[in-house]
Design a protein around this ligand. Structure first.
Ligand code: SAH
Length: 250
């Protein structure tokens, strides 16, 4: 197995593949002023095993196209949707987020939690814009600096991981420059990282290492996850995910 297969194997059994929460998905629904009585057409991009897709399906009268480029994540999502009786509201799709097969002006809402960094925030908000109806809403979570200054060790880590990390004002500025009117923003609280994401992930490290005995790449995967968790615990006052809602202009 290569590194990406191992990463997928580690994460596919998890409820979520990044920081977030059901209450926070609902908070973003409220921030974006989505009306639960109105039929909405939504795309959830980089949906993973569907934590947000399922919550959107529970909370809204929507048809949700759930897209991820990893087939095993989409298979898991299908099983969960069926088990909850939500499958008729969800269209699962294996596709890459930079080559989406959508039509122009197709969606009322584009949703993406903890995933747009894979193509880069700026490129993502510019390229996805055409899939939104005029007046449609983009809701996206993105890694964000919470302060203007930060310790050099932390700065260096993120410079190598994702140099587009920036403050909320900078992210909102990109939305404004890219044909959106910002509606609002909030910061994901600590429990979205520790209780909802890192905690359950840490619990499965021993089983993962056991299944991939003697594989040095598996050991490297866990080492890197542990470093990420330790860094978050040390520096959580300096960064989090910001959740941004913005309306398409024009
Ligand atoms: N939204 C989910 C998953 C976040 S993790 C959650 O919050 O739990 C990021 C997701 O993006 C993963 O599921 C990964 O498979 C997916 N991804 C990464 N690169 C992608 C690409 N190019 N196209 C589509 N999905 C991608």
């Amino acid at each position: 197995m290569d590194y990406l297969d191992l990463l997928a194997d580690l994460h596919k059994r998890q409820k979520r593949q990044g920081p977030g929460g059901e209450a926070e998905t609902n908070k973003a629904i409220a921030l974006a002023n989505l009306d639960s009585s109105e039929p909405l057409k939504i795309a959830d991009i980089g949906c993973g095993t569907g934590a947000s897709t399922l919550q959107l399906a529970r909370s809204l009268n929507a048809e949700i196209t759930a897209v991820d480029f990893l087939p095993e994540f989409i298979e898991t999502l299908k099983g969960k949707a069926k088990a909850e009786g939500l499958h008729e509201k969800i269209i699962p799709l294996v596709y890459s987020m930079d080559e989406l097969p959508f039509a122009e002006d197709e969606y009322d809402v584009l949703w993406s939690e903890g995933a747009i960094y894979n193509m880069g925030f700026e490129k993502g908000v510019i390229e996805w814009r055409r899939f939104l109806k005029p007046g449609g809403v983009l809701v996206v979570s993105e890694i964000t600096w919470l302060t203007i200054d930060r310790p050099p060790e932390l700065h260096q880590y993120w410079e190598t991981q994702y140099p587009e990390i920036a403050t909320a004002s900078s992210k909102i500025g990109i939305l404004e420059k890219s044909g959106y009117s910002p509606i609002g923003y909030f910061v994901l609280p600590e429990h979205c990282w520790l209780e909802n994401y890192y905690g359950p992930l840490q619990d499965i490290f021993p089983n993962f290492l056991d299944r991939h005995k003697n594989d040095e790449r598996a050991v490297a995967v866990i080492k890197s996850e542990k470093e990420e968790i330790a860094l978050y615990k040390k520096y959580k006052n300096y960064y989090s995910y910001g959740v941004y809602a913005a309306r398409k202009l024009g």
